[in-house]
Design a protein around this ligand. Structure first.
Ligand code: ATP
Ligand code: MG
Ligand code: FE
Length: 345
């Protein structure tokens, strides 16, 4: 079956065509340039940009994939989680197409799409696996026994998401927005052992109670205090060493807990997804620790880590393959859609 995927949860308008686990073509437009000067996403601007970009992006993706939109067998649209205005634009477009072409419509989970997209590069997903979802809005560990119908949440962040924490440290160090990729680059130039920052939930009682949870806000505050103390003493802020120490702390927690979850749940594979899975230190440290534990790690290539239509088409294709019924024709987007739900009823 040929599946059309439509992404519009935040600032990216993404469209892709997938057949089975083959990505035929995808195109992404982003309104990030318009948000960067505000230091954060402005929902109203994002919604308007989706309206302007949708049709050209759809046409460009169809051309790239060498398909006609009329030939699709099913349409998948990101139904949540995300910004309600952005979601509404994608939903309206997808619903109009589904009605006009008389095709089934699936309202799918954007975050689960971040995991499903890996099938387009590394082949069909394993029977069971641990998913490490790390993005601007999420840092979660999930046990996936069937991506279409059986996802259990093992844990998540108690405060900031990994990407969000990187963006906040970027702000402290005056990088352009979003700071994640800049902090990643600076971290590679610094000494990770120069400054030791705290690992949240790694010690004492917390260690057991929060076996699969994360906390990054204390770490972010520690970085802020460190920067303040240097500045008030009139010194020069060692930005690259700060980034390296901070990155070491975040990625130590993420990778240790992902490996632990796999060992505890008899999974031989960890799949990583979400914008923060583009982080170079996460990729190298996880590969190293998983190999040491005898586990396989699957990570999408960088261009499929950040938001795109392929992730939506991929989860749509998985639902079609599993024989899941389409969403109700009257479904509405759900800005707080649960991680354990791949598709809205
Ligand atoms: P969600 O997927 O939870 O709804 P989102 O879609 O807003 O959130 P993504 O677009 O998946 O988030 O990821 C964006 C985040 O990834 C930003 O916080 C960005 O800074 C971060 N990011 C991207 N590349 C890197 C990198 N190399 N290192 C660290 N962070 C990165
Ligand atoms: Mg984005
Ligand atoms: Fe995302």
């Amino acid at each position: 079956p040929l599946v059309l995927g439509i992404e519009s949860t935040c600032d990216e308008t993404g469209v892709a065509f997938v057949r089975g686990t083959d990505l035929l073509g995808d195109v992404t437009a982003s309104s990030m340039d318009q948000h960067a000067r505000y230091g954060g996403i402005i929902p109203e601007i994002a919604s308007r940009a989706h309206l302007e970009s949708f049709l050209p992006t759809l046409q460009a993706a169809a051309d790239k994939a060498h398909v006609n939109v009329e030939d699709v067998d099913a349409i998948a649209v990101a139904a949540g989680p995300g910004l309600v205005g952005s979601l509404s634009v994608g939903h309206a477009a997808a619903k109009a197409l589904a009605l006009a072409l008389d095709k089934p419509l699936y309202g799918v989970n954007h975050v689960i799409g971040h995991l499903a997209v890996d099938a387009l590069v590394d082949g069909p997903l394993p029977e069971r696996f641990i998913g490490l979802i790390v993005s601007g809005g999420h840092s979660n560990l999930v046990l996936v026994r069937d991506i279409a119908r059986d996802i259990t949440e093992l844990g998540g962040t108690l405060d900031d998401a990994a990407g969000e924490a990187f963006d906040k440290v970027g702000r402290l160090l005056n990088t352009p927005y979003p700071g994640g990729p800049h902090v990643d680059r600076m971290a590679r130039e610094g000494n990770p052992d120069a400054i030791r920052f705290p690992r949240g939930l790694a010690a004492g009682k917390d260690k057991h109670r929060h076996r699969y949870n994360f906390s990054f806000s204390g770490l972010k505050t520690a970085v802020a205090r460190y920067v303040e103390s240097i500045e008030s003493a009139g010194g020069e802020v060692p930005a690259t060493d700060i980034c390296a120490g901070f990155s070491a702390a975040v990625n130590d927690s993420l990778t240790a807990k992902a490996v632990q979850a796999a060992l505890d749940h008899d999974c031989s594979t960890i799949i990583v997804g979400g914008g923060f899975s583009a982080n170079s230190h996460l990729r190298s440290l996880l590969a190293e620790r998983a190999a040491a534990a005898g586990l396989e790690v699957r990570m999408p290539p960088l261009k499929l880590c950040t938001d795109n239509g392929a992730q939506i088409a991929a989860i749509g294709a998985a639902l079609v393959a599993a024989g899941v019924a389409p969403s109700s024709p009257t479904f509405s987007p759900d800005s707080g859609m649960s991680l354990t739900q791949s598709c809205l009823a």
